[in-house]
Every structure is written in structure tokens, then in C-alpha cells.
Design a protein around this ligand. Sequence first.
Ligand code: NAP
Length: 305
Amino acid sequence: LKAVRFSEYGDFDVLRVEEIDRPEPGEGEVLLRVKAAGINPIDWKVLHGDLADGQPLAEPRGLGVDVAGVVEKVGPGVEGISPGEDVLGNSSTAAYAEYALSRPQMLHKKPPGLAWEVAGSLGVVVGTAYATIEALKLGTGETLLVLGASGAVGSTATQLAVARGVRVVGTAGPAKLEHVGALGATPVAYGDGLLERLREAAKEGVDAVLDTSGHSEIVAAVELKGNVERVLTIAYSPQANDLGVPFHAGGGGELTGRALQETIPLIEAGRISFPIAGVFDLGQVPDALRQSEHGHAAGKLVVVP
Ligand SMILES: NC(=O)c1ccc[n+]([C@@H]2O[C@H](COP(=O)([O-])OP(=O)(O)OC[C@H]3O[C@@H](n4cnc5c(N)ncnc54)[C@H](OP(=O)(O)O)[C@@H]3O)[C@@H](O)[C@H]2O)c1
């Protein structure tokens, strides 16, 4: 099978499309023929060695944690999922490949009408957006500040919060302010003078803050909030760390299952917008990751092997 691989941490030029053996599903595992695999910032962070604590890469590996595909084969002990079924969720082996392994508890049935590109991009984003909204325990009529309301996680969290009757103030770059407004939030441009603009947009202050951008806006956000209670970041930044803002590790397990169950019908009904900004084949993964790292994509970037 063809797979995107690298044998040392580095920039995008260390990535190669290689031919490797197709994995066999072991006990409790499912082999998927990958139809789409969403790009997430974690992929370029892993590639650059940002999570390696200075250690060299032990053996060649691939990238990609979100997946949608067709069940090709199931391993011993797998129940409730059969070859030929269309599924989506997270993979347990690198998903920028023609085949990947997963486990039934990480997968969800793909509705026939849902585009493969969307299906393959939902796991991390929907799981994380839902988990953070739950963790912030938002009530109807409260005000949430979302930093990065134009991004994949930020825009999904914004829409989930708005659907729960929460008032959202959301930051974005100049090109995305209109889009953030269309999601039901009050848009505020990031950049110099942010605190004044936030005070103007949220005259009564905010009840909670979700930082998805990982940039310096967290400083103004904490100043506006007055403390770090009900303030979370999903994107590590030195400023958030210095301020004592807790890091939230996103979804996973049953929570992501519930998140997908509740959110997919809203996406299918057009009540939650989940745009796809670009589709890439395996050879174009370096380009896709570069665009993701640039940080201003107008939706999800997706690999279709
Ligand atoms: N902890 C977890 O479990 C978890 C899970 C998922 C993601 N994450 C992390 O969350 C972050 C966002 O992920 P994503 O998939 O939503 O990324 P994304 O779609 O690329 O969104 C990036 C966001 O950052 C904003 N941004 C870019 N440059 C900025 C700047 N200079 N100042 C302020 N804002 C800026 C963008 O705004 P404009 O486009 O409007 O410029 C956009 O809203 C990443 O760091 C990712 O690793 C963590």
C-alpha cells in the first residue's frame, strides 16, 4: 500500500510516499480502505518533532489521525462492524495511506449522504469542540469568548455553543470576520488593540474563554475575563502557560462518539457549517501540511489517497 512516511523529524521535505506492507487487523482491530483523512495541526507538530522532547525518531512512521473509509477486514473478537461498511472516526495507524487500522470504539457509521471529505475530517475537530464546550459548562444566556472562531475547532465550538443558546464573541483575521458573524457570533479582529475591541463587543464581560488559536490573544482574553476560571486552551502557547491557563486535551473515547452522534445530523441538515478548503492526494500532503501550518485555511484540508 502507498503511505506518506518520514524517517527523521524535520520540515515538509522529509516526507515521502512509500510502498509498505498492508497491515493485518489483530485482535479487536479493523482494517479500513481510506477514502479521506483530514489534516490536523497535530500532524505538522509531530512531523517537526515538537512533541518528541528532543529525542530522535526511533523508526520510520506516518501521519494522520482522522479517517473515513470502507471496512476491508475485521480482526478476531470484533463485533458489530463488518466488511463493506462505510465508517468515520479516528485511526490507530497513520491515515495518510491507502489503508489504515482502527478499532470499533473509535469508529462511527458514515451516513450515506455525508461527503467522504467531510466524514474524514470530523473526529478530532468535532470531538475537541464538543469536549471543550462540555468542560466549560456553558448555560443559556452566558457569554463565551472563542479565540480563533474562524478555525476548524473554533468555528465548530462556536456553532455548538450558539446552538445551546450561548452568546459567542469570536476572534478572527480580517478575511474571516464576516464568516464568524454568519456562524452566529459577534466577530472581533485579532491584532493590536484587541482588548479595547473585546470590551466593546462584550460590555458585560465574558463567562468563559476557549483559546483555539494559541497566539498572544490569550493575554487580552484573561484580562477581560479577570481570572483563569472557566478559561481553557487547546493550543499550547507560552503566554497561556505563564498565565496558568489549563490545557485541555480534547475529546476521545465515548465523548467523541457522543459528539459525532449529536453533531453529524446538524452538519447534514446544514445547521452547522463544516467547509472543506482543499483536497490533496498523498503526494501533495507536504503542501496540505504547509497550508495548515500557515494557519488561515478557509475550512478543513483533506487527503484523499
Ligand atoms: N488539545 C487538543 O486536543 C486539540 C485538538 C485539536 C486541535 N488542537 C490545536 O488547536 C489549534 C487549532 O486547531 P484547528 O484545527 O482549529 O486549526 P485551524 O483550522 O488552522 O485554525 C487556526 C485558527 O488560528 C487563527 N490564527 C492564525 N494565525 C493567527 C494569529 N497570528 N493570531 C491570532 N489567531 C490566528 C486562525 O484565524 P484566521 O484564519 O481568521 O486568521 C484560525 O482561527 C492547533 O494548535 C491544534 O494543534 C488541539
